[in-house]
Write a protein that binds this ligand. Structure first.
Ligand code: UT7
Length: 318
């Protein structure tokens, strides 16, 4: 994982919009978030995370067979941030592309990577969830600006050796486009190209109907978890850790209750990073591994939810 240096806490936000530390903590569980510098773009943060992932996997960038970047805050509308990262890393001529699945992007990328490893085309795939939502929030809208932070989480998914305990067991991804407009950056694409008016009307920033998304998030993550558990004849009691998208502590707790998983098995770090979109799950996983919580052999279930509205789950043995 990698996050920008600058930290913005709830007290700092009190000086920007009409909010309070108390409201943010009670309603979301968040306290501080990392914010990228003006000069930092998605590929800069992703690059730092990628270097750490390569180092911990013991793999050189030249050995990568594919790079997938999941982001909604890419360096440019085109080319893909993955191609910029390919250059920064000095990777070979391999497929490098971005996917847009909102906060679910990292699990979508993992799901795609699994297919390319299984069909034998690739041996090592770098997947990265990176978002700098601070660049596209409306800093005068208290409904959204307090919720997000910046960061990246990078992972190498590799072909297993027969002796490996670690394995990618299963993953499920889905989308319900019927509610695509509940979480959207309205302008800047072909529907509403950038104009003086779109800038003046703040249409290049995040618009979210938080209340509606709240309920859908719990339901769809619960469904996604049950699909992989059922498909693998597993019971929630066999799961050692649950890592969900970190969008709201109340969503995480409600999902834990619905799944009937013990509270102490649920990984939460929302107070330190807020919602880093596609990066929340790999950041939470990295921290939990470094804190000695997740150990080799543990079964880890992950669940996500985001713009689209996308959702998904991922089951691994670490
Ligand atoms: O990552 C992508 C997926 N995103 C999510 O999953 C987000 C899901 N949604 C949520 O987490 C929650 O809906 C929010 C945290 C966004 C909002 O919490 P809520 O409990 O649903 O609050 P609300 O929108 O119903 O607003 C309650 C009140 C309103 O005031 P009135 O109308 O009752 O007077 C808001 O204006 O809280 C007010 N409010 C705030 N007050 C202080 C909204 N934002 C703030 C704020 N500070 N930052």
């Amino acid at each position: 994982m990698h996050v920008p240096e600058k930290i913005l806490n709830n007290y700092d936000l009190e000086k920007i919009v009409d909010t309070s530390d108390e409201w943010i903590k009670i309603r979301t569980g968040m306290f501080e978030r990392h914010i990228a510098a003006d000069s930092e773009a998605a590929s800069d943060i992703a690059y730092q995370a990628a270097l750490k992932a390569l180092d911990s996997a013991g793999i050189r960038a030249k050995e990568l067979d594919m790079i997938i970047v999941a982001s909604v805050t890419n360096d440019h509308a085109f080319p893909a941030t993955a191609c910029i990262l390919q250059k920064l890393l000095g990777a070979r001529e391999i497929p490098a592309f971005d996917i847009s699945a909102g906060c679910s992007g990292w699990i979508y990328a993992a799901n795609i990577a699994k297919q390319y490893i299984e069909n034998g085309i690739c041996s090592h795939i770098l997947i990265i969830g990176v978002d700098l939502l601070s660049k596209i929030v409306n800093w005068s809208d208290r409904n959204t600006c307090v919720l997000f932070g910046d960061g990246a989480g990078a992972t190498i998914i590799s072909k297993a050796e027969p002796s490996d305990i670690s394995c990618f067991i299963d993953s499920h991804i889905s989308s319900d486009g019927s509610s695509y407009d509940l979480l959207i950056q309205p302008a800047g694409g072909s529907r509403q190209p950038a104009s003086e008016k779109t800038v003046k009307d703040n249409l290049h920033t995040i618009y979210m109907e938080g209340n509606k998304i709240f309920k859908l998030a719990i339901r769809s993550m619960n469904d996604a978890c049950h699909i992989v558990l059922k498909r693998n004849n597993m019971d929630i009691r066999s799961i050692d850790w649950l890592i969900t998208h970190q969008a709201n502590l109340r969503i995480i707790e409600a999902l834990g209750k619905k799944l009937r998983i013990a509270e102490e098995k649920v990984i939460v770090n929302i107070e330190k990073y807020a919602n880093t979109s596609a990066a929340t799950i790999p950041i939470a996983m990295d921290e939990a591994i470094h804190l000695g919580k997740i150990r080799h052999g543990d079964l880890v279930l992950m669940a996500t939810f985001g713009a689209g509205l996308t959702s998904g789950s991922l089951l691994i043995r670490y």
